[in-house]
Design a protein around this ligand. Structure first.
Ligand code: FAD
Length: 479
């Protein structure tokens, strides 16, 4: 997948990138490495929403939430909390979070990461223009507004990587104080007393989990039967059970119609007429692509009904020389996928070695407590017969390391192809599942057999021991 050489094979080719998130900046780095003359137009800041408002801020907030969750479970491991209201045994009341400080840290970390991305691009000779840009036909970008307004960039290759923005409901307009999108939560100074989260997809579940751990009372409104409808059903079940056990109210099969603010209170009206009251409401009901009014149609770039740019597996759009990457394509809304789409676009456009995007090997994580990490085929696909596979699921409750760490919830699940034993996917539900999934990603990517995984040494005691154990249980005698 990576370039075969760093020689300037694209000398004198002009590349213009609209949007400086991972889709855009990773593409710019590849194009610069290949010798192209590269310009990035960005209106918000380098690193994009990924770095400034979405991934980096949310995961920084979650790092504090995780610490609070660890402290919350510490008394079971024999840690005492002098000053706690329950006789030195419980942390409740002895530790609390200073949200203003947390948010200060979140913002400064995001800004410093954005500065790092800018510095890297500048070092590689990428020209950066600040402002709102749009296509002027398939071979030019213009900066319409902002510090560099009026600049025009002619290009042989254009990459559109404008990302997406939070979807809002007509009767739930964010005010930035009590009714919030995920981009606005870092402006509040006090921990919400009672946060109502509307939407139980990945973003809703992550924030619900984080605020619960930080000490807020949380109500999670889910329009479906269970939280995380797009994820592994067993994993979602574990998470919902953990949420309820921790005192979160999960309101299932309920669609929020309206969110209103009356002073310090928000009222969420559900479609069946019931109402929920809270101090704040986070609306997390998906995202819409930033593709309107940027000259796509005029440039011959086709979009879908949802507004996403149509792309093929090497990020080409319908217009010759115009590529697109990231959330604006709707292919798989992950920073890692955006970055890979952007790199693939440039390898293809500039004539380097390239393989088409393979979504089957993408690993992803829901950063709740516990985390849910997945890769490859899903159990749903195996159960429906779409994929031929065997499944082994092992609870972590019998893993020695999990016991030592006080981990009670979670499991590992491994899927292999029936007959051949080739690893085709897996799920890990555990603290730091985002790290534990990597051996399975490697196995899926390299088409390893369950015996390959089973025969590799794992540390004793370790959570990864359960991955090897699952692989051993999938061994087919006589293979
Ligand atoms: C709360 C949250 C948490 C997430 N956590 C994760 C995670 O943990 N891991 C993960 O992999 N993914 C995560 N995602 C998804 C991830 O954020 C996106 O997939 C990723 O941001 C897509 O990158 P991108 O380059 O397409 O867009 P972006 O990062 O959104 O960058 C697009 C950039 O284009 C700029 N732009 C748009 N229009 C114009 C214009 N006309 N002119 C100039 N500039 C323009 C925007 O200002 C923006 O900076 C999360 C998403 C959310 C909402």
């Amino acid at each position: 997948m990576s370039p075969t050489s760093a020689s300037p094979i694209a000398q004198r080719q002009r590349v213009a990138v609209l949007g400086g998130g991972p889709g855009g900046y990773e593409a710019a780095l590849v194009a610069a490495q290949l010798g192209a003359d590269v310009t990035v137009v960005e209106r918000q800041g380098l690193g994009g929403s990924t770095v400034l408002t979405d991934v980096v801020p949310s995961k920084t907030l979650i790092a504090t939430a995780e610490t609070m969750a660890t402290v919350g479970g510490a008394s079971e491991l024999g840690v005492r909390f002098p000053g706690g209201p329950t006789g030195d045994t419980e942390p409740a009341g002895a530790v609390s979070v200073d949200l203003a400080r947390v948010h200060q840290r979140v913002k400064s970390l995001a800004l410093s990461q954005s500065a790092d991305v800018r510095a890297r691009l500048e070092k590689e000779g990428v020209r950066i223009l600040s402002g709102d840009g749009r296509l002027d036909g398939p071979h030019a970008l213009v900066v319409a507004d902002g510090p560099d307004a009026g600049e025009r960039v002619e290009a042989d290759i254009v990459l559109v990587s404008t990302g997406s923005s939070p979807r809002t409901l007509p009767d739930a307009q964010p005010d930035g104080e009590r009714i919030l999108t995920w981009k606005q939560v870092y402006d509040i100074e006090e921990l919400p007393e009672h946060l109502v989260v509307v939407g139980s997809g990945v973003t809703g579940a992550e924030f619900a989990s984080a605020y619960d751990a930080l000490g807020a009372h949380v109500t999670l409104v889910s329009s479906r039967d269970r939280v995380l409808p797009g994820e592994d059903a067993d994993a979602a079940e574990v998470l919902e059970e953990v949420f309820r056990r921790r005192g979160m109210d999960v309101v299932s099969r309920s669609r929020a119609e309206k969110v209103e603010r009356h002073g310090d209170t928000v009222t969420v009206t559900l479609s069946d007429g019931r109402t929920l009251e809270g101090s704040h409401c986070l609306v997390a009901v998906g995202a819409i692509p930033n593709t309107a009014g940027i000259g796509l149609e005029e440039a011959g770039v086709w979009t879908s009904e949802s507004g996403h740019v149509d792309v093929d597996k090497v990020s080409r759009t319908s217009a010759r020389g115009v590529y697109a990457a990231g959330d604006c394509t709707g292919v798989f809304p992950l920073a890692s996928v955006a970055a890979m789409q952007g790199r693939i676009a440039m390898w293809h456009a500039l004539g380097d070695t390239v393989s088409p995007l393979r979504l089957r090997t993408v690993s992803s994580t829901v950063f709740t407590s516990p985390e849910i990490a997945t890769v490859g085929w899903t159990q749903k696909q195996i159960d429906s017969g779409e994929a031929q596979g065997e499944i082994v699921k092992l609870p972590l409750s019998t893993n020695a390391r999990a016991k030592m760490l006080g981990i009670h919830d979670g499991f590992v699940k491994l899927f292999c192809r029936s007959g051949s034993g080739t690893v085709i996917g897996g799920v890990v539900v555990a603290p730091r599942a985002s790290e534990l999934i990597f051996p399975l990603t490697l196995a899926v990517e390299k088409r390893l057999n369950v015996d390959d995984v089973a025969h590799a040494f794992t540390v004793y005691p370790s959570l990864t021991g359960s991955l090897a154990e699952a692989a051993r249980q999938l061994h087919v005698t006589g293979q």
